[in-house]
Write a protein that binds this ligand. Structure first.
Ligand code: NAP
Ligand code: HSE
Length: 429
């Protein structure tokens, strides 16, 4: 009799429970596609007493990882527990024991992906991580397979569900930052420690993975200018609306002359741009190729079932590979020398909000600062801020990073001027 493919799962939280549900509910389709029966043999948890719902029935729970990693019957390990050090250790042990691995862990793949891919290769095992970027959107496979023939020039978009959910609630419902974060946590979108979400680190890690796959380049996290959404005030959201924009947390990796620039931060997106309409936990990634032009991929970027869809699709790929005897081929084999684009070659328009002493001559000082860096204004609004000061909001013309740095330094030195925020402005209006 044909043996079932045995699966061990590390983690039974938001994503793990979605994986078990999909495996159960779509069992017959999965069997038809793979020609194999997938059986979840054991699941690793911290607390075996916790109630796990209907999809835990008949499944052995364990708190000892070795029960899965050392079980010779288990063919595939699914890591959906999170963390970096422990997950890396467990995945390494699984690969060394000849087990194929599927993971949703972007933190681990961004930081140690190359090392784990090499290890998987050494042990002729599969290692897939589609769910690590943009949850339910099959963006990694699209870049690696469907766009393999093209020269990718840009990858940018909304890659963090939590912050997009929060910004949507702040923009549409006037929720405070704290109210919006609490809702995102209750819905299971946020990481255990939401710092990584709100400070842009989660998005930066996803951009590391996207950059590796799209451009074959290995950009370190420290090389990505990363800003989160903590600085965004409801007043900025309102001002952006008045100027015809929506504020979104955008990750961008842009290639120029064989170099790449990657950044993450709040961006004013024109209200008629498709990214401006992406609401709640949804993500959207634009991939621009020299041949294909502009493509956009949209869908839920976080949550149990969307993320589990990607995890189970990876499982299906591994099961098919096992059936065909083709395991051990790397997910992405494209590599290119890593070059970073210089500041002088990176250009954008910016939104700057400045708290300025309301006195004669101050405006002249402000225009001088911009003039000295050869930067002009596209839009400008002044309104009272307090009794003695005014808030001046500027949308600049295009400038490079060197000009931007100089203006920021000059504003810091100027008396009676305080730069409140400086966000990129996306063009296209
Ligand atoms: P979660 O809800 O916190 O679940 C984590 C699970 O792992 C829990 O079942 C927990 O056990 C178990 N666990 C954690 N540490 C453990 C340890 N040291 N030993 C044994 N069991 C341990 O997390 P999640 O939201 O499902 O996220 C899992 C992974 O998927 C993370 O890497 C995350 O970044 C990634 N991801 C999540 C989403 C999402 O929308 N949530 C989307 C894409 C990717 P107990 O249940 O006993 O506490
Ligand atoms: N915390 C992540 C997010 C989960 O909100 O996008 C999906 O990776």
């Amino acid at each position: 009799m044909k043996r079932k493919i045995q699966v061990g799962i590390l983690g039974f939280g938001t994503v793990g429970s979605g994986v078990l549900r999909i495996l159960k509910q779509h069992e017959s389709k999965i069997k038809q596609i793979t020609g194999e029966e997938l059986n979840v043999k054991k699941v690793l948890v911290r607390n075996v007493e916790k109630k796990r719902g209907e999809f835990s029935e008949g499944i052995e729970l364990t708190t000892n990882a070795a029960d899965i990693l050392m079980d010779e019957d288990i063919d595939i390990v699914v890591e959906v527990m999170g963390s970096i050090v422990q997950a890396k250790d467990y995945i390494s042990q699984a690969l060394k024991a000849g087990k194929h691995v599927v993971t949703a862990n972007k933190d681990l793949i961004a930081l140690h992906g190359n090392e784990l891919v090499a290890l998987a290769n050494d042990y002729q095992c599969d290692l897939y991580y589609e769910a690590s970027v943009a949850g339910g959107i099959p963006i990694l496979r699209t870049i690696v397979d469907s766009l393999a023939s093209d020269h990718i020039q840009k990858v940018f978009g909304i890659v963090n569900g939590t912050t997009n959910f929060m910004l949507s609630k702040m923009t549409n419902n006037n929720d405070t930052y704290e109210e919006a974060l609490q809702k995102a946590q209750e819905l299971g979108f946020a990481e255990n420690d939401p710092t990584n979400d709100v400070d842009g680190i989660d998005a930066a890690r996803k951009m590391v993975i996207l950059t590796r796959l799209a451009f074959g380049m290995n950009v370190e996290l420290e090389q990505i200018e990363t800003r989160g959404i903590r600085d965004i005030q409801l007043a900025d959201i309102e001002m952006a609306k008045r100027l015809g924009y929506r504020i979104k947390l955008i990750g961008a990796a842009i290639e120029k002359d064989n170099s790449v620039r990657v950044d993450v931060g709040p961006v004013l997106v024109p209200e008629d741009h498709p990214l401006a309409g992406v609401q709640n936990e949804n993500n959207a990634v634009f991939v621009v190729g020299a041949a294909v032009g502009e493509t956009m991929f949209y869908g839920p970027g976080a949550g149990a079932l969307p993320t589990a869809t990607s995890v189970v699709s990876d499982l299906i790929t591994v099961a098919k590979n096992i059936g065909l005897g083709t395991t051990g081929t790397v997910f992405n084999s494209y590599q290119h020398e890593t070059n970073l684009t210089e500041d002088k070659d990176v250009e954008s328009k910016y939104y700057m909000a400045i708290d300025m002493q309301d006195q004669t001559g101050q405006f002249l000082e402000l225009t001088k600062i911009f003039n000295e860096s050869d930067v002009g204004f596209d839009q400008i609004i002044q309104q009272p801020f307090s009794k003695a000061s005014a808030k001046v909001v500027i949308v600049t013309h295009r400038m490079n990073k060197a000009q931007q740095n100089r203006i920021i330094n000059d504003l810091k030195k100027a008396e009676g001027m305080n730069l409140l925020v400086c966000f990129k402005v996306m063009e296209g209006k």
